[in-house]
Each structure stands twice: as structure tokens, then as C-alpha cells.
Design a protein around this ligand. Structure first.
Ligand SMILES: Cc1cc2nc3c(=O)[nH]c(=O)nc-3n(C[C@H](O)[C@H](O)[C@H](O)COP(=O)(O)O)c2cc1C
Length: 184
């Protein structure tokens, strides 16, 4: 088994993260990997925002302000604190272009593939990552606060940092459960 296959078979998302976050060199390499995602017509339909330090407080404020029910103090506070679950949050943004042969959905899929490559590269460098979305990923006010343009969308928030403790193993499906030969 080659090292990439072995790595993929053993990778897990890690929710319990702490400082230090990846340094600029590690980040640059991982972002270069993100740019190697399959990309029909080379439209580069993705971009990223790196959020650290006080930026995490600002992101928490944005999350909290997106909360429809402002009377729910507990929910507000939970959203406000949620970016602090990691020392770095990388916002993945799908940025589709108008193209005669490449529909928007292909570009959003490419952005998701790019996010996966980014996550895997960060894990390969020894960091933990957790791809999260939730209502905040689809909130108009969060999108606005992060400066998304018309037509852009959030692919996810990649919580990134050093692993505090590995999560318990997640059961993985058997290949036969999700694959058939066609025609049978
Ligand atoms: C698009 C997308 C959005 C996700 N959003 C969340 C989320 O908001 N909260 C969460 O706990 N897990 C979320 N996940 C799942 C985790 O990132 C992770 O894949 C899951 O916990 C399974 O762990 P594993 O990657 O080790 O299999 C999301 C995954 C994807 C692909």
C-alpha cells in the first residue's frame, strides 16, 4: 500500500483543537494543494479567508448576529464562542464564474474538492482539521460580513489547529455497501 492510500485510510476529522495553528509555510503549501483540485476549464472557482486571533472574535460576532432569535441568549453565546474551538478557521468560498460549458454546480463541486485537498494537506502536515457548516454557512449576513460577492457561497469553515486528543474511531462503511457493478 502506498503512503497516500495508507494516509487516507487512517485519516479522521478532529474536533478538539488548540494552538499552535499551522505557520505561514505550512499554510502556503496546503493552499497550493487546494489549488490542485480538479477544475473544469481551469476557472479556479474557489478562494479562502484565513481567520486567526482577533479575527476569531469578529467571526464569532458575525455568527451571533446571524442568529434569528436574538432573545435566545444561550444560542447567541454559543454561536459567538464557536470560532474559538480552534486557533485558526479557514473559510472556504465557492466563487463560480459564468462559462458556456461549465455549469455552476461543477464549480461548486470543484470548490468542495479544493477544500478537501486543503484539509488533507493540513492533516498530512500533522494538524487536525474539522470541516463545519451549519446555519451560519448559509446566512446572508455572515456572507455579507465576510465580503462574499453576488453568486459566491461558503463551502465550509475549516477549523484548524494542533490535536488535543484524537476522537474515538468512527465506524467506516464496507465498500460493498455503497458500490455495485453496472450493469449487473
Ligand atoms: C460540507 C460539510 C459540512 C459539514 N458540517 C459539519 C458541521 O457543521 N458539524 C459537524 O459536526 N460536522 C460537520 N461535517 C462533518 C465533519 O467534518 C466530519 O467529516 C464528520 O464528523 C466525520 O468525521 P470523519 O471526517 O473523521 O469521518 C461536515 C462535513 C462536510 C463535508
Amino acid at each position: 500500500m502506498n503512503s497516500l492510500t495508507d494516509f487516507l485510510l487512517n485519516r479522521s476529522s478532529e474536533p478538539r483543537l488548540q494552538a499552535p495553528a499551522p505557520d505561514q509555510n505550512v499554510l502556503n503549501t496546503a493552499l497550493a494543494c487546494a489549488a490542485r483540485a480538479p477544475d473544469h476549464a481551469l476557472l479556479r472557482p474557489w478562494r479562502y479567508l484565513i481567520v486567526e486571533g482577533e479575527g476569531l472574535d469578529a467571526l464569532g460576532e458575525l455568527f451571533a448576529r446571524s442568529c434569528a432569535d436574538e432573545a435566545d441568549n444561550q444560542k447567541w453565546e454559543k454561536l459567538r464562542k464557536s470560532p474559538m474551538r480552534a486557533p485558526m478557521v479557514i473559510v472556504g468560498i465557492a466563487s463560480p464564474k459564468v462559462h458556456p460549458k461549465v455549469p455552476e454546480i461543477e464549480q461548486v463541486m470543484s470548490a468542495a474538492a479544493s477544500m478537501s485537498f486543503l484539509a488533507l494537506a493540513l492533516q498530512d502536515a500533522g494538524f487536525g482539521v474539522m470541516w463545519r457548516t451549519g446555519d451560519v454557512a448559509y446566512s446572508q449576513s455572515v456572507a455579507q460580513g465576510l465580503g462574499l460577492a453576488e453568486g459566491e457561497s461558503i463551502t465550509g469553515f475549516l477549523y484548524t489547529g494542533s490535536i488535543v486528543s484524537e476522537k474515538p474511531r468512527v465506524p467506516r462503511p464496507e465498500v460493498a455497501e455503497f458500490v455495485r457493478r453496472w450493469p449487473q
